[in-house]
Design a protein around this ligand. Structure first.
Ligand code: MG
Ligand code: MG
Length: 246
């Protein structure tokens, strides 16, 4: 699982320089799939419940599950790439929202605080705490920044399947829900809207958008639960430095 997680973090590092005005989301998907396969892994999302591509590419008001297509990125867009890789039967899962060129101050603020909320959640993902502690930490951070937390989509356990129990909501109450135990691996993934938290499921069966068409951000790491401090499997320090949106 460490290897699968490291691969998805390397994947993000690899793809970031390509995220520029003019490239299509389909092209980004192709590059990612080639990279994943070149490292001896398979893309977890391709064929998962019928999803057609290797990555989810969600632009602006698309929250998650955007299907890569011929849309050309424009200066000022934000795009989330959600990437899963499978190594020897085990999955890693990580999403990041990127700025395309120069984005608005409001969008920068949304990205900054969604990323911070992810790390607030990771901080409390320790043995003996409960799932509700994670949701509470994420929700408190984002709502204090003036944003809303998507309720219809949640994080999840990760293992031999991409999506396993338990669900990991980005909202909740301290001390409630499943207890976290040493060795559990979960994907923590705040999906945070600039406006209303309500979502629309589009007719293509995949795309999920904000109801008010305002932007949404999504940051995700796969983390292993330990006593004292969680281990981020989909990240290591130098990748985090490269990924900084600032
Ligand atoms: Mg993901
Ligand atoms: Mg996930």
């Amino acid at each position: 699982m460490r290897h699968a997680g490291m691969l998805v973090s390397k994947m993000h590092k690899f793809i970031k320089p390509y995220i520029k005005e003019g490239i299509t989301t389909k092209e980004l998907d192709r590059l990612c799939e080639e990279f994943i396969r070149s490292k001896g892994c398979t893309p977890s999302f391709k064929g998962c419940e019928g999803f057609p591509n290797a990555v989810c590419a969600s632009v602006n008001d698309c929250i998650v599950h955007g299907i890569p297509n011929n849309y050309k990125l424009k200066n000022g867009d934000i795009i989330t790439l959600d990437i899963g890789a499978c190594y020897k039967g085990y999955h890693g899962d990580s999403a990041w929202t990127y700025a395309v060129g120069e984005i608005s101050d409001n969008d920068k603020y949304l990205l900054e605080h969604t990323e911070k909320a992810l790390y607030e959640g990771i901080k409390v993902a320790t043995a003996g705490n409960r799932i509700g502690d994670i949701g509470h930490a994420v929700q408190r951070h984002c709502e204090a920044a003036g944003f809303s937390v998507v309720r219809d989509l949640v994080g999840h356990g990760v293992g031999r399947d991409m999506h396993e129990a338990p669900e990991v909501p980005n909202f909740g109450k301290r001390g409630q829900g499943v207890m976290l135990k040493e060795g559990m691996v979960i994907a923590i993934e705040p999906m945070i809207n600039m406006g209303n938290r309500a979502v629309v499921f589009e007719k293509d069966g995949w795309t999920v958008r904000t109801i008010d068409r305002k932007p949404s951000a999504h940051f995700e790491h796969t983390v292993a639960v330990h006593a004292g401090k969680a281990e981020i499997l989909s990240s290591f320090d130098f990748v985090d430095e490269v990924l900084k949106n600032k």
